[in-house]
Design a protein around this ligand. Structure first.
Ligand SMILES: Nc1ncnc2c1ncn2[C@@H]1O[C@H](COP(=O)(O)OP(=O)(O)OP(=O)(O)O)[C@@H](O)[C@H]1O
Ligand SMILES: [Mg+2]
Length: 350
């Protein structure tokens, strides 16, 4: 089921009359059967967007379509959605089986059929042997699987997840996110996955939408967005260790930071720019620009070098072998890996 948001807007007004544009003119199409990650920092409007899709919040403007159906004014229970929150929100006094079965109570369905559906969902999320337990007897990861099974038991058209992994420890978070991806693939259900964790969004999403102050910054496949950020905000938000941001300029086809030509033969117009280079995009090159390593740190397979370029401290991740003991090194960056932004607008220009 394709989800289409057309100029979706939500304005909250507080007691003093001050307005917050939590979601501002958001127009996106979430393709049928795909998992789309809604990503951005705290307060950027992710949950507000999700709750409008769910019908829990009324938009201030714009429309929501499920396929050809305009669902903008439809009650949540009529939309055919499954919702999963950060805190599993299971009923503590019920067994896992009763929890998963709960959404089926007010629809006309035979008990044997309901039990069969519960078994099917429990198998899908891998908790068949936990059905007689109470939620408190399960791990966080298992409880979240129960919540997902409960969200899917009515065979919704759309699955909406709001930070479903945030309450889990690092190992369970990794495992459960792989499970969510598998469940989504197996069921083919159109899914919107909200997170503020860029790595999580990158690993799980078919496509990502990055929001800031309620405004869409970019929508793309994760790798595409990582390699070609449309603006400075997206460049900085994706990647760990983060992208190096430098004050630079273009002169006669050379990109220069401080005194170093970091790249030649570019197309950009002469002028001042903000230059972004990801730490992993530097490589050793005898023809490259020379830097003095201020610090060399070996981290597992990688070597992290710090040096000063212009007036900024820069981080580069390179192969281990070649840097022991050397203080002066020569580096280069591939053409497509130097990101150039307009200093006024922050928009990518190359
Ligand atoms: N009920 C409300 N009344 C007033 N303002 C609200 C309300 N809900 C959200 N907001 C504001 O709208 C903006 C977006 O909030 P939202 O909860 O969508 O952010 P979020 O991206 O989900 O953040 P987080 O990662 O912290 O969950 C914030 O500035 C928030 O303070
Ligand atoms: Mg939120």
């Amino acid at each position: 089921m394709e989800i289409r948001l057309e100029q979706l807007t939500k304005i909250f007004t507080d007691k003093t009359g001050k307005e917050t544009r939590a979601v501002d003119n958001l127009s996106i199409t979430i393709p049928s059967g795909k998992l789309v990650g809604l990503l951005g920092p705290s307060g950027c409007g992710k949950s507000t967007t999700l709750y409008m899709i769910a019908g829990l919040l009324k938009p201030s403007g714009g429309k929501i379509f499920f396929g050809d159906d305009d669902v903008t004014r439809l009650a949540p229970e009529k939309r055919g959605i499954g919702l999963v929150f950060q805190n599993y929100a299971l009923y503590p006094h019920m067994t896992v089986r009763q929890n998963i079965m709960f959404p089926l109570e007010n629809i006309n369905i035979k008990r044997e059929e309901a039990l069969k559906l519960v078994d099917e969902m429990a198998a899908l999320v891998g908790i068949q042997d936990q059905l007689d337990k109470k939620p408190a007897q399960l791990s966080g990861g298992q409880q979240q699987r129960v919540a997902i099974a409960r969200a899917l038991v009515k065979k919704p058209r759309v699955l909406l997840l709001d930070e479903p992994l945030s309450n889990l420890d690092a190992r369970l978070r990794l495992q459960t996110r792989e499970e969510i991806k598998r469940i989504q693939r197996e069921t083919g259900i159109t899914t919107v996955f909200v997170t503020h964790d860029q790595e999580e969004a990158m690993s799980i999403s078919d496509q990502m939408v990055v929001l800031e102050y309620g405004l869409m910054q970019q929508m793309d496949q994760p790798q595409e967005m990582y390699n070609h950020p449309d603006n400075l905000f997206v460049a900085k938000f994706l990647g760990n260790p983060p992208v190096n941001i430098l004050d630079g300029r273009i002169e006669k086809g050379n990109i220069i930071v401080g005194e170093s030509i970091v790249l030649g033969k570019t197309k950009g117009k002469d002028g001042k720019y903000v230059i972004g280079i990801r730490p992993e995009d530097f490589r050793f090159d005898p023809e490259g620009f020379e830097v003095a390593a201020d610090d060399v740190e070996h981290v597992g397979r990688d070597t992290l070098i710090r040096f000063t370029l212009g007036d900024k401290s820069v981080r580069a991740l390179v192969d281990s072998d070649s840097v022991y003991g050397k203080t002066t090194i020569r580096l280069a960056v591939k053409t497509s890996k130097v990101h150039v932004f307009d200093p006024e607008t922050g928009l990518a220009v190359l």
